[in-house]
Ligand binder design. Structure first.
Ligand SMILES: *[C@@H]1O[C@H](CO)[C@@H](O)[C@H](O)[C@H]1NC(C)=O
Ligand SMILES: *[C@@H]1O[C@H](CO)[C@@H](O)[C@H](O)[C@H]1NC(C)=O
Ligand SMILES: *[C@@H]1O[C@H](CO)[C@@H](O)[C@H](O)[C@H]1NC(C)=O
Ligand SMILES: *[C@@H]1O[C@H](CO)[C@@H](O)[C@H](O)[C@H]1NC(C)=O
Length: 499
């Protein structure tokens, strides 16, 4: 066994040397297609590791007592630590496969929520008649939207979290980071309905800087769904899959670790919160709309690197410090006139094994007239979704070059292309790259498209088809790459291995 591993390792080394040598000389002498190495052993080790992480021992940085050096002024850099969901929430999963299946189930509800949101905007559904309902006994009831409330237990669209401080004195709490929504909110006392969160629920009465917004406040007018009660602005945010938060729209001071704090950030103080976001205290909207954290702090850029979700590591979210260097891949950052929340990216296609995959580029374009289609970058979606036709072309190109791999028997959840690598320690797999309009491309590390779905060595090709016209680049494909949203220059920067 050990000897077999040694032999396969040796063959990888030999092949890598061969590839290095052949790259330097002539393509025609090299292997018929470009490959990259998938480290099977390391991926499988992480499947064990992630289940062994005990969130109760995760260190929670305390910054309440530290003196904060400055208040934000134009373009001050702000920094937050970024954690993945599975390092913060206790795992109820008996094995890695059950963890993956629950992630994929969450992922489907996330994608359904995004599709619903786009549909509302594209079809111009008027939601101005939707009002949060406020009963006299401090009870908030949401207006019924489109779907029933789903059980919170297995749901939660938050995949990455940061710890911020809210109020004065600052109370630290974990917030979901979401590039796919705008309104910031957190659970607040008194709770008509609060789900379980890992930090104490925020009590506005204990913050000297908490101020409810009046109905005339411009922030109140920017809300999609709001109503006025005793001259206080009430908000409601629904996530398309039946989950929602309702409460008082207010402002308070937000502290970004020890990098700075911002006064008067508008956020929802949610007294009735149902459906999603188990574990976190609330959500930071990083979207492109007026009420997002990004816009409220006038950020000229933000940048994150999503750590491998199974590594248990953390990374950094930065505002106002552009990190694009000359060698980095870049892509146009595009906007959809019909909806300002999402960050669209100019994708032209893919290459597999170094060869361009034949996909009409119109598949990835936003239709300016209708607002349909396009490709968004989203940190809350896990698996990249492509229109079925594009997905089929990409998968077929991969399958063709991967024909010697041992097929795993059936399709699993979202995935229809899976391999059995259980007898291998590493394997050379066809290279996959994103190609962007503007000519740049980025090679994906093998572990960003062949992911373990159990601890026994079954790996699946981690792209999936969608019946929606919107394609989504998900966090599995973004892992390990620092992604910079340069909002001033409408540019996305992607630098590999910059976590
Ligand atoms: C602006 O922020 C910088 C830190 O980025 C700080 O040194 C400076 O004092 C601030 N200026 C004002 C006027 O607050
Ligand atoms: C953002 O810009 C607006 C308009 O220029 C300004 O009123 C506001 O104070 C700025 N916010 C911050 C946090 O700098
Ligand atoms: C996680 O962090 C450790 C220690 O900093 C490092 O050795 C390891 O390579 C990291 N793992 C990943 C997957 O980034
Ligand atoms: C695996 O399945 C693909 C597609 O069905 C097929 O082309 C390939 O030959 C199979 N590989 C092996 C080793 O049987």
């Amino acid at each position: 066994m050990a000897f077999a591993r040694f032999l396969s390792l040796l063959s990888v080394i030999t092949l890598s040397l061969f590839l290095l040598a052949s790259n330097a000389s002539s393509r025609s002498l090299s292997t018929p297609h470009e490959t990259t190495v998938l480290n099977v052993v390391s991926s499988l080790q992480q499947t064990q590791h992630i289940l062994s992480i005990d969130p109760t021992t995760t260190t929670r940085p305390e910054f309440e007592s530290k003196s904060i050096p400055f208040f934000l002024n134009a373009s001050s850099p702000l920094t937050l630590e970024l954690h993945s969901r599975d390092t913060l929430l206790a795992s109820h999963h008996k094995d890695y496969k059950s963890l993956v299946l629950s992630r994929l189930e969450r992922d489907s509800s996330r994608v359904a929520g995004i599709a619903a949101k786009v549909r509302f905007s594209v079809e111009g559904v008027d939601r101005s008649d939707l009002k949060p309902v406020y009963n006299d006994e401090t009870m908030y009831n949401p207006e019924e939207l489109t779907t029933p409330v789903v059980s919170g237990a297995s749901q939660g669209s938050g995949e990455y979290f940061s710890r911020i401080g809210v109020g004065t004195p600052a109370k630290e709490m974990y917030m979901v980071l979401d590039t796919g929504s705008d309104v910031n909110w957190l659970q607040c006392k008194p709770c008509a309905d609060c789900y379980e969160q890992s930090d104490p629920v925020f009590d506005p009465a204990e913050s000297s800087t908490y101020k409810p917004l009046t109905c005339a406040a411009p922030q109140c007018a920017s809300l999609e769904v709001s109503t006025c009660r005793s001259n206080k602005c009430l908000y409601q945010v629904s996530y398309g899959d039946g989950s929602f938060t309702v409460g008082e729209y207010a402002t308070d001071t937000v502290t970004f670790g020890d990098s700075g704090k911002v006064n008067d950030v508008a956020l929802g103080c949610g007294h009735d919160n149902e459906g999603l976001f188990m574990g976190a205290a609330g959500l930071l909207g990083l979207g492109g709309g007026a009420l997002s954290m990004t816009n409220q702090i006038n950020a000229t850029s933000f940048s994150y690197c999503l750590v491998d979700r199974d590594s248990g590591n953390s990374s950094i979210l930065d505002f106002n410090s552009v990190q694009i260097s000359d060698g980095d891949a870049t892509a146009p950052l595009l906007r959809n006139k019909k909806i300002d929340t999402f960050y669209y990216v100019g994708l032209s296609g893919f290459s597999v094994g170094g060869e361009k995959v034949e996909i009409p580029s119109s598949v990835f374009e936003v239709d300016d007239a209708t607002g349909d289609g396009g490709v968004i970058l989203d940190c809350g979606t896990a698996v990249t979704r492509l229109q079925t036709e594009a997905y089929n072309s990409l998968r077929d190109a991969f399958v063709k070059l991967a024909k010697d791999f041992k097929n795993a028997t059936s399709s699993i959840s979202l995935f229809d292309t899976c391999y059995d690598f259980s007898s291998m320690s590493s394997v050379n797999v066809p290279a996959v790259a994103f190609q962007f309009t503007g000519g740049k491309s980025i090679d994906l590390p093998a572990k960003n498209y062949l992911i373990p779905i159990d601890d026994a060595g079954t790996f699946c090709f981690a792209f999936a088809p969608t019946s929606s016209e919107l394609s989504i680049i998900g966090n599995v494909q973004q892992q390990g790459t620092r992604i910079t949203y340069d909002l001033e220059n409408n540019l996305i920067g992607l630098s590999a291995n910059q976590c």
